[in-house]
Each structure stands twice: as structure tokens, then as C-alpha cells.
Design a protein around this ligand. Sequence first.
Ligand code: PRT
Ligand code: MG
Length: 216
Amino acid sequence: METITLALSKGRIFEETVPLLAAAGITPTCDPEASRQLIISTNLPHVRLLIVRATDVPTYVQYGGADLGIAGKDVLLEHGGEGLYQLLDLGIARCRLCVAVPRTFDYAQAVRLGSRIRVATKYLKSARAHFAAKGVHVDLIKLYGSMELAPLVGLADAIVDLVSTGATLRANGLVEVETIAAISSRLVVNQAALKVKRALLQPLIDVFEEKSRDRI
Ligand code: PRT
Ligand code: MG
């Protein structure tokens, strides 16, 4: 039997995908937060979910480990998108990619003076493109998480990170000074799978499109 494999991360993306799956008549048989299983079956014998790190979703889809995936635009920008089609903006897990600095750091002045700014981020590609387009000199420092900490201990002058409510920035004495991109999650599909399994995938894609239309 031909199967559909959808890769996604647990946490906010999984939670916001459950209603989309429900609209397509798909119910996961367990909750990835409660289970250690990385392959989750569903009520439909030919549909399964892979639980992977958010940043690994495009890679699984690119190499055919999954037919479909749900990934944030932030992750897709870093990955580059080779080997996959970005079919739909699902309008879920919304946030924005921003430049933030300590309240005491005069970012506008640093830019005006042409100073070199040290920026900590896990989004090297997006950050590099953003500052290059503005003609701002930066030294980028790659981190894998908790970017908000870097300016507090003198590791960096600024960070490039995702912000949704702004609570994390506030709690760490940081302020947003520029928005780089609006972020939401996308449905991506393996290019070969879309050809070979079109008949099986299209109904699911159609339901996702219908459900996300009012959200974007
Ligand atoms: O957390 P983990 O290290 O396991 O992996 P991850 O961060 O890659 O995954 P996850 O599940 O946290 O995020 C998956 C996707 O959700 C991201 O790729 C984004 O597209 C999207 N998303 C939406 C967010 C946020 N909102 C968000 N607020 N991802 C992360 N955050 C973090 C942000 O990095 C910051 O630390 O939440 C904090 C800020 O939130 P506020 O509400 O305090 O502003
Ligand atoms: Mg996270």
C-alpha cells in the first residue's frame, strides 16, 4: 500500500497542525509530548507522522525520508529549500524574525557610525543577508538557542531571533529594533513524491489549503 509520511516537530507546530489533520479526517494515535515514539501512526493506515527537530524537517523532505513536512519560514530560509516545493503558507506558528538589542545599546547610532556590531544568532543566512542589504558591518556568532542571553554577558551587542509576544525580550532587558521577516509555517513537499504520489497527496493538500485560507 502506498503511504503518506508527514514530518513535523512537536510543540507549537504539532499542536497547531492537529486541527488541520482533523479537517482531513486524520487523528494521531498518540501525543508526541507524552510518547517517545518518533513515528506516530494515525487512524488512517496509510498516513504516518515523523517527529523530528524543527530544523531537520526540510532535510527529511528533501531526501524523501518524508513526503511532506511542516516547517517555519525561518527554518526554510536557513535550509535554502533545495529539493522541495513550498506549497502552502499554513498561517500557523506565527512570529517574526527580529534584530534586538539591550535597552542601553544605541543601535541606530552604531549603524550611523558604521561600527562593527557583534550579532549572536542561529539564523546566520538570514542575518547575513539582512545586514548586507543595509550595508551594516557585523560579526556573526552562531548559537543554537537562548540567544537572548548573549548580550547580557557581553558575548554580543545584538541578537537576531524570533519574537512572538515579546515577553522573552522584555524579561531579558532587550528591545526589538528591526523586523527582518514575518514568519509562519509552510507545507513543503518532496518534488519526486508530488509527481509519483500526486493522487494520494492532493486531497490532503486541498484540505490544508482550505483550512489555512482564512488564516493568511
Ligand atoms: O525549541 P527547540 O530547540 O526544541 O526547537 P525549535 O526552537 O527549533 O522549535 P520550536 O518548536 O520552538 O519552534 C518551531 C517553529 O515555531 C520555529 O521554527 C518558528 O517558525 C515557530 N515559532 C513561532 C517560534 C516562536 N513562534 C517563538 N516564539 N519559535 C520559537 N520561538 C521562541 C523564540 O526563539 C524566543 O526564544 O520563543 C521565544 C520568544 O517568544 P515570546 O513569545 O516571548 O516573544
Ligand atoms: Mg524553541
